[in-house]
Design a protein around this ligand. Structure first.
Ligand code: ZN
Length: 305
């Protein structure tokens, strides 16, 4: 059986989405409001379709269920990770995600959502919202009930090439002009804290937000990392290991335990002899090693059990 699968993404159209997922990445998706490209996903809201090999035409969730050996017999019941490209023409709402424990109790056994961002592009002097300034739960509650949003939210300067870790419980928002690759737990549970009072009004989830926001927030310096100039940057936590790789020439990665997700964000080359280029999303089978050739920037992720 093939040790590599190529995936056809699913797209979502949103009030804040734009056109760069088509114009920068070349995906054949119409519309002026393309917010997200779910490149590697087995989530029912956007299950990727496999385009090569014996599972061609099947979804990733089907293959994960039918062919566990490809995924190194990963112990998770559902495929555990999700990779997206996000194009924010406008600001996204300010939100927070629950952890596994809270989601299991309050969201019918769903997974929580820890995520991370790699900034493919952003405006000069861009700022993202990462964390908040409340020192206690009481202060958090009163700032929310009094609508002191600008005091509450923490804006942090970012630039192209930064990597940002967003633990569950972190207040966060992507801002206008940012093009981001997100790697996350396979979950779609979001509690909206504030939406800039935009019309049409979208539902807020204040009590769940207050329950799940971590107080005090982690220092910004502990969750924002400059990857520029590095051949490889690696971040690892309880859920995933994510690597930003800049290949010029060739590189070999150690043998994979379960599976490895690869998204090509720039350039082109070969992955184990298969031609790839910007915009390709692929998965390599557990037990394989990976040989990369070419000139390309890749975001890889593996599951940490
Ligand atoms: Zn999020």
């Amino acid at each position: 059986m093939d040790k590599i699968i190529f995936l056809k993404p699913a797209f979502s159209h949103t009030v804040w989405g734009g056109t760069r997922i088509r114009t920068d990445f070349g995906y054949d998706e119409p519309g002026e409001d393309i917010g997200e490209c779910w490149g590697i996903s087995a989530h029912p809201a956007g299950d990727s379709v496999i385009t090569n090999g014996m599972f061609s035409g099947k979804t990733l969730s089907q293959m994960y269920a039918d062919c566990p050996e490809f995924f190194g017999n990963c112990p998770q019941e559902e495929f555990p990770l999700l990779t997206k490209i996000i194009d924010a023409r406008d600001n996204l709402s300010i939100q927070v995600h629950p952890d596994d424990e809270y989601a299991a109790i309050h969201e019918n056994g769903a997974s929580g959502k820890t995520e991370c961002w790699y900034i493919i592009d952003c405006p000069q002097n861009a700022e993202l919202i990462v964390g908040h300034n409340a020192k206690s739960k009481d202060e958090l509650k009163s700032m929310i009930s009094e609508g002191k949003w600008e005091k509450l939210i923490r804006r942090v300067p970012v630039k192209k090439g930064d990597f940002i870790q967003i633990d569950a419980g972190t207040v966060h928002a992507i801002t206008a002009g940012c093009l981001i690759l997100e790697t996350q737990q396979n979950s779609n549970i979001t509690y909206r804290l504030y939406d800039y009072d935009r019309k049409p009004l979208r539902e807020l989830h204040l009590s769940q937000s207050i329950d799940t926001i971590r107080v005090p927030a982690r220092d910004a310096a502990d969750c924002i990392f400059d990857t520029t100039g590095k051949k490889e940057f690696v971040y690892s936590n309880d859920f995933y290991e994510v690597g930003i790789m800049r290949i010029s020439g060739s590189a070999k990665l150690p043998e994979i335990r379960y599976f490895m997700n690869l998204s090509i964000v720039a350039g082109e080359g070969l992955v184990n002899g298969n031609r790839v280029h910007k915009g390709d999303h692929i998965i390599i089978a557990g037990g394989s090693s990976v040989i990369l050739n070419g000139n390309m920037e890749i975001v890889r992720s593996t599951f940490n059990a």
